[in-house]
Ligand binder design. Structure first.
Ligand code: AMP
Length: 282
């Protein structure tokens, strides 16, 4: 069994990090909600290339869940997570309690406008405020030089880049490409909740999106291609489909046709599990 230091309070996090910062080491942060898979571990590996002391955080943030049932169903397996982080070369784990992060009087919210008007913004009201608030807290708590975020949650990555710039946080945000299973499904903690049958059907999401990307790349109107993709997902058992949209990769504004810097985004439910994915188009 490998060992890794775990701290659960902000004071202990600061005490554990301070000596390394004083030595001039660059601090890297990898925020996660646990139930780790290779995608998360890739973030740790990338962080290692950019920083000397890597802090991984494990915190299932209640603020970013719209439904209590979704929060309750979120997979948790801290013992396995700690082993994986130790084996991958993280230096410290910050795993605070909900009470440590949010006092009873907690009443501040970080809200990123514009980017959150699209895609998961309307589909998950309050979600990005929850994400932006917890990430701002984690940034202030750990004071990293760099932080890694996955392109799997592409809108989240854009929201975090925006808030970092808007609030003048001296942190470099490093995007990490999506790690996928052999059949193309984006790795996600939520995949654990899929039944065997749903897991097989889930691979149709990346397959349908890749097909759409090819068609979008030939030019022409996006609407019929997106509609065909929604229909394909529906007949594969996805329901409801929250969105299949072609958007500008920077502003996330929906686009009527592919152009330089466009990206395809989808979110759809399979049974109790909500899956998201995105692919570059041009
Ligand atoms: P989560 O634990 O789902 O909040 O994810 C924590 C971080 O890992 C986020 O920056 C995610 O974008 C990233 N991540 C999750 N899944 C993947 C994946 N399949 N490939 C790359 N990064 C990922």
């Amino acid at each position: 069994m490998l060992k890794i230091d775990v701290v659960r309070s902000v004071a202990a996090l600061r005490a554990a990090t301070q000596p390394h910062r004083r030595e001039g080491k660059r601090i890297g942060l990898v925020p996660t909600m646990g139930a780790l898979h290779q995608g998360h571990l890739e973030l740790v590996k990338v962080a290692r290339r950019h920083a000397d002391f890597i802090i991984a955080t494990i915190f299932v943030n209640p603020l970013q869940f719209n439904a209590n049932a979704d929060l309750d169903a979120y997979p948790r397996d801290e013992a396995t997570d700690l082993n994986l982080l130790a084996a991958t070369g993280a230096d410290l784990v910050f795993a605070p309690t909900v009470g440590e992060m949010y006092s009873k009087q907690f009443s501040t919210e970080v809200k990123v406008g514009e980017l959150t008007r699209y895609l998961d913004g309307p589909a998950r009201p309050g979600h990005f405020e929850g994400v932006a608030t917890v990430v701002t807290k984690l940034f202030n708590q750990a004071q990293p030089d760099i932080a890694c975020f996955g392109e799997k949650d592409y809108q989240q990555l854009q929201v975090i880049k925006r808030l970092t710039r808007d609030l003048d946080l001296p942190i470099e945000i490093i995007p990490v490409p999506t790690l996928r299973e052999e059949d193309g499904l984006a790795m996600s903690s939520r995949n654990r909740n899929l039944t065997e049958k749903e897991r097989i059907a889930a691979a149709l999401l990346p397959a349908a999106l890749r097909q759409a990307v090819q068609e979008l790349q030939t030019g022409g109107a996006a609407a019929p291609i997106l509609e065909k993709t929604r229909a394909a997902l529906k007949s594969a058992g996805f329901s409801p489909i929250d969105y299949v949209e072609l958007c500008d990769a920077e502003t996330l504004q929906p686009l009527p046709a592919a152009r330089e810097g466009s990206r395809l985004f989808a979110a759809a439910h399979l049974g109790q599990t909500r899956l998201i994915d995105n692919w570059p188009v041009l």
